[in-house]
Design a protein around this ligand. Structure first.
Ligand code: F6P
Length: 761
């Protein structure tokens, strides 16, 4: 976005537009009106284009409205409609507040502008708070009398300097600021300043004017201070001025994946700051500790070793001093033997028929990963049994899935790390009842139910023999478990060889993540961009847009991966985090999303960084479809980045024959601000190896973000409270008397549901 900043002073106004270095100025003075400001600005900036304007005025401003006529200018400022007069979006700030915003280095700062008067403003974690402290009493006069030009003239330089320092400290304490920035022309009279008082610069007013259009965080973050490394130019300008940008901001892993992050709101400076952040926050050392099997899941005292599951190097990997690779190889052999015998029709059901359908019962990590990858591998799964996934405790999920199936040819994989998860165990018990109602023989269960779990005791208690149990270990987190026996449905659907290729792809990324320098490291780069948007630029959300129908469950899978990992409010030491952590992740396959929520992406008010994923080749036999699919994908990234300026929109409307009032009325709706960030992940063709690579990249991206925020990305205590309360509510729903132990709303809901159920039955 190109922004014009107008800094209005008592004698001159200065103007600067994004991407230029030299401000221009014109005289103001007493009697100067807002109409004159508009006219003179127009005259001075006729050769500049801009999409929005920030105006700093020497008056109190509240919520973008001038509250009082400026004492050193003319009248008419209160209530003046600058947006209408300029015909574009305008933000008004108090002049001191604008300079304060530009001087912000994070945290809470008090700004004091030392000019003819005294301007004051507070910036609290990137947000400007209006303040008018100048007229408060100080040394029998006011702060303005003492610190302004009158005080300087009366006291002389040395005494004035002392008074300003005293005033700064008093006011800093009063508003609980962490530091003071002294700005305005008279700051030049200080050679030295105490540690908590910093020197400002008048040019910072322009920076504040540009920053006024950056979204503010909802919660404080010291990382906000990095915002000064955000680009001053729009992406459109950055591309126009730098032919090497796309090359420089692209990465690759082998010849499978091309990652273009050039359409992100970063410059070389921003990336340098982010690389330094990764170093400072110890991303690499935490990564190395993960690969070394240290218990980096600090709240559960566990290693985090899903990378061992796909370690194809032959190197040992240790947890608690023990090489876990032999166990992993044995578990893989078990999966191989079983999946091959089911696929070959050798594994027979109780009546001697081979298995045609497999129903995986699991939830969260025991569902989303295998379900998403099985669907992603559909093109490779034509010869295997049909796979179905039941996760929801809503009985319709199980019933609708089982309706077309026959118990004699159906195999159930009951997948649960703990084997205690309410939804999974409820579904598994109902599935067993459905099966036994036809088979009428408990011994038949061994041919139709297998378990995937770490909990042998519960598996036995359910009635599944240990030889039908596929194991994994507590150092595999649920959402990181598709590489373990939890991936059995994938091997059943697509074949064990294909499952191994998925592991190969993930291993290639692990090696890259482990060894590539930060600057060329794909997951670290994507993680840094994630932190940049969430913590520095204030994005609340992140969209994942696969232009690949086979990946239609990828956003759902990534929701668990990202939000269960980094949706944390305390750090690894248990202290509240400062600032936002994991974003809200969502998405839908392109091109469907284009006809639904892309309107908001292009013209809404929120910053939504997007990942576009696409394959250069397709599995289908319709080249025309694929050409259109890719065209849409690339075009959307271009449209988000470029936008459409008012001039371009006007030109189009004129070409369509529109003129006058009709044109003016439609014009604002036709403008696209552009400068909306996206990353494009391009792969050759969606095969097993590519899927493994993509998922490992996202895992390590999430790792990187968690490392920088210093949160434990490997626990999920936040899911427990709902589970606890659900158990209590479930027993109240089954009880006879009215519920009374909850809040009034919950009691009422329970009683209503019970009553309605009684009415129905
Ligand atoms: O409730 C959250 C969760 O614990 C996830 O982390 C996990 O993937 C899911 O439940 C299923 O757990 P389990 O595999 O033990 O049934």
């Amino acid at each position: 976005m190109r922004i014009l900043v107008i800094d209005v002073g008592g004698t001159h106004a200065k103007v600067l537009v994004s991407g230029t270095a030299e401000p221009r100025k014109f005289p103001t003075g007493s009697g100067f009106t807002p109409q004159q400001l508009v006219e003179r600005t127009r005259a001075q900036t006729a050769d500049w284009t801009y999409d929005a304007i920030t105006i700093g005025v020497p008056s109190p401003v509240l919520r973008g409205e001038v509250m009082k006529e400026p004492w050193n200018l003319g009248t008419g400022w209160v209530g003046f409609d600058f947006s209408a007069a300029f015909g574009t979006r305008v933000r008004i700030l108090n002049d001191a507040a604008m300079q304060a915003l530009g001087s912000d280095e994070g945290g809470r700062l008090l700004f004091l502008g030392l000019g003819s008067g005294l301007g004051t403003a507070l910036v609290d974690d990137g947000r400007v708070v209006a303040l008018e402290l100048a007229h408060l009493p100080f040394r029998d006069q006011t702060f303005e009398d003492i610190c302004g030009q009158r005080g300087l003239d009366a006291m002389g330089e040395a005494a004035w300097r002392q008074a300003v320092i005293e005033a700064s400290q008093l006011l800093r304490d009063a508003v609980a600021a962490e530091y003071v920035v002294l700005g305005g022309g008279n700051v030049r009279l200080f050679d030295e300043l105490p540690a908590t008082i910093r020197r400002g610069h008048n040019d910072k007013a322009f920076e504040g004017g540009f920053r006024a259009w950056q979204p503010a965080d909802s919660t404080p973050s010291p990382l906000r201070a990095l915002a000064s490394a955000a680009p001053r130019q729009s992406l459109r300008e950055l591309f126009a001025n730098d032919p090497g940008r796309a090359d420089r901001f692209s990465l690759a892993i082998g010849d499978h994946l091309h990652i273009d992050y050039s359409k992100n709101l970063v410059t070389d400076d921003s990336m340098a700051v982010l690389h330094a952040l990764a170093r400072k926050t110890g991303v690499e050392s935490l990564r190395d500790r993960m690969f070394a099997g240290d218990a980096i899941n600090v709240t559960e005292h566990r290693a985090v070793m899903h990378v061992a599951l796909r370690n194809r190097s032959g190197r040992p990997m240790h947890v608690n001093g023990r090489d876990v690779m032999p166990d992993i190889r044995a578990a893989l052999d078990h999966m191989r033997t079983f999946s091959e015998s089911v696929r070959a029709g050798q594994w027979l059901g109780y009546s001697g028929l081979h298995i045609t359908d497999v129903v995986n019962i699991g939830i969260g990590g025991s569902d989303l990963g295998p379900a998403m990858v099985t669907q992603a591998m559909a093109a490779y799964s034509r010869e295997g049994p049909r796979l179905h996934f039941v996760s929801n405790v809503d009985g319709t999920h199980l019933e609708e899935t089982l309706r077309p199936l026959h118990p004699a040819t159906t195999l159930f994989t009951v997948a649960s790390k703990t084997f205690t998860t309410q939804e999974t165990m409820t579904n598994a018990r109902s599935a067993r009842a459905w099966f036994l109602s036809r088979a009428q023989d408990d011994t038949a269960i061994a041919k139709h139910f297998v378990a995937i779990s770490t909990n042998e005791q519960e598996v036995r208690a359910f009635g599944i023999a240990p030889e039908n149990m596929f194991v994994f270990w507590d150092w595999v987190g649920g959402r990181y478990s598709l590489w373990s026996s939890i991936g059995l449905p994938i091997a059943l659907a697509a074949g064990f060889g294909r499952f191994e290729q998925i592991l190969d792809g993930a291993h290639e990324v692990d090696e890259h993540f482990r060894t590539a320098p930060i600057e060329r490291n794909v997951p670290i780069t994507l993680g840094l961009l994630g932190v940049w948007y969430a913590s520095v630029l204030g994005a609340e959300t992140h969209a994942v847009l696969p232009y690949e129908q086979y990946l239609h469950r990828l956003p759902a899978y990534l929701q668990q991966l990202d939000m269960e990992s980094n949706g944390k409010r305390v750090d690894r030491q248990g202290h509240p985090v400062q600032g936002p952590t994991g974003p809200i992740v969502w998405g839908e396959p392109g091109t469907n999303g284009q006809h639904a929520f892309f309107q908001l992406l292009h013209q809404g008010t929120r910053l939504v960084p997007c990942d576009f994923l696409a394959g250069i080749e397709s599995h289908d036999s319709q080249p025309e479809h694929h050409r259109l699919l890719l065209a849409n994908c690339f075009a959307q990234t271009e449209a988000l980045m470029r936008g459409k300026t008012e001039d371009e929109a006007r030109g189009e409307l004129i070409a369509q024959g529109l003129r006058g009032a009709a044109l003016d009325a439609l014009l604002p709706h036709k403008v696209f601000p552009g400068n909306r960030p996206s990353t494009t992940i391009l792969y050759r063709k969606l095969g097993p190896r590519t899927i493994g690579m993509l998922l490992a990249i996202y895992e390590h991206k999430v790792f990187t973000m968690g490392a920088i925020w210093n949160v434990n990305s490997f626990d999920q205590w936040g899911v427990e409270l709902g589970k606890q309360l659900a158990a209590a509510v479930a027993s109240d729903l089954a009880a006879t008397g009215d519920a009374s132990s909850h809040d009034a709303s919950t009691n009422r809901l329970i009683n209503l549901a019970r009553q309605r159920r009684a009415d129905v039955s």
